[in-house]
Ligand binder design. Structure first.
Ligand SMILES: *Cc1c(COP(=O)(O)O)cnc(C)c1O
Length: 376
């Protein structure tokens, strides 16, 4: 059986976890957390990176830092993972969904401004499949309307838009290190902070509302309860696992891109014959091989292809059920404008197996079976 995803493992993880245990520091913010954060700061140029327990939690931190209040509106795509909306709904905000572009599956930047109201506080671009949203346009709209930009870059680490690393463009950026992502710590994430002024509050929200981060650095002689907050620090054991992969990030990225390019080459004849569509990468976006998807004609054809692949021991999956049509989306959010592409495109997108360690002959086998399904 060719699995859809296998969590990344480079070989050094166990040594680093052992080291964390031997350091007798297994709670958060030890040596490995520091190494991971510094690596991210260096590679993205962000002012400050805080490792978190998930991308969902990084987004919750961003919502706290953006002072999201009940009744505020936050603009985002409906074609995304639930966490994008959850973090704001928890603060009482209303997710305002706008349509996506059918080419990249990212939020349609030309529809954002019309969705802005007096209540709008933030825009949340989601860099789907590690392909950047139209950030120049989004940053310009945000500046003119005084909105926060919170990038859901869960899939976007090591990718860039016009030379700028995804996650480090808006006020805040959120990475995921879930086991389905390019680099993993099981469950985990990171918050990227662009502005100096937000760092102190972020550290306090992340440390149960205390200034313990300052205390650890010797800047205060005791730590006290300063504000509301929660516990968003991952354990050192998880950070140790992640660091083994960050050290090898370039090699992992290259391998994923090779697999991605191979899928593309082998499936191109099908696309040229008009049977499927392949992903589109704008030429000023550098992607990271996070995902390889194809688009089928419609829902029925996709279901038949999934069954056919399963019969051939290949697991292919689809996502997302658009948030605005899900029970919580109906309850908490609203769609602004027309749903021209969100539902239609989500029904024909199919993700093929993609992970670090997938073999070239497996990609050939999978692409061959997709072609066979279409009679090629
Ligand atoms: C994976 C993912 C998340 C959630 O990440 P967690 O680390 O599991 O919280 C959020 N948004 C998008 C777009 C994702 O792909």
């Amino acid at each position: 059986m060719i699995r859809f995803n296998v969590p990344p493992f480079t070989g050094k993880e166990m040594d680093y976890i052992r080291q964390a245990v031997e350091n007798q520091k297994i709670c958060g913010d030890g040596e490995f957390t520091r190494k991971c954060s510094e690596w991210i700061e260096e590679r993205t140029g962000t002012r400050k990176c805080l490792l978190t327990t998930s991308c969902t939690h990084a987004t919750e931190l961003a919502a706290l830092l953006a002072h999201i209040q009940p009744g505020d509106e936050v603009i985002m795509p409906s074609y995304t993972f639930v966490s994008t909306a959850d973090a704001f709904v928890l603060r009482g905000a209303v997710p305002v969904f706008v349509d996506i572009r059918p080419d990249t599956m990212n939020i349609d930047e030309t529809l954002i401004e019309a969705a802005v109201t007096e209540k709008t506080k933030a825009v949340v671009p989601v860099h789907y499949a590690g392909v950047g949203c139209e950030m120049d346009t989004i940053m310009d709209i945000a500046a003119r309307h005084h909105l926060y930009v919170i990038e859901d870059a869960a899939q976007g680490i090591m990718a860039s838009y016009k030379g700028k690393p995804l996650g480090a463009i808006g006020d805040f950026g959120c990475f995921s290190f879930h086991e389905t992502k390019n680099y993993s710590m099981g469950e985990g994430g990171a918050l990227l902070i662009r502005n100096e002024k937000d760092i102190e509050d972020a550290e306090i929200f992340r440390e149960k509302g205390t200034d313990r981060s300052k205390y650890y650095r010797g800047q205060v002689d005791k730590y006290r309860w300063q504000n509301y907050g929660s516990s968003y620090l991952p354990s050192e054991l998880n950070a140790a696992y992640l660091y083994a992969q960050l050290e090898m990030a370039d090699a992992i990225n290259e391998e994923r891109l090779n697999l991605w390019n191979q899928y593309w080459r082998e499936l191109e004849p099908l696309a040229e014959a008009g049977r499927i569509e392949l992903p589109f990468i704008p030429d000023y976006c550098v992607q990271n091989g996070h995902m390889f998807y194809i688009k089928n004609a419609d829902l029925e054809e996709r279901a038949a292809l999934i069954d056919f692949l399963k019969e051939n021991d290949i697991l292919a999956v689809f996502h997302y059920i658009p948030l605005h049509s899900a029970p919580a989306g109906l309850k908490y959010g609203r769609f602004h404008g027309e749903d021209r592409y969100t539902t239609r495109e989500s029904e024909r997108l199919l993700r093929l197996p993609m992970y670090y360690g997938l073999k070239e002959d497996q990609v050939s086998f999978i692409a061959g079976k997709v072609k066979e399904f279409y009679g090629f």
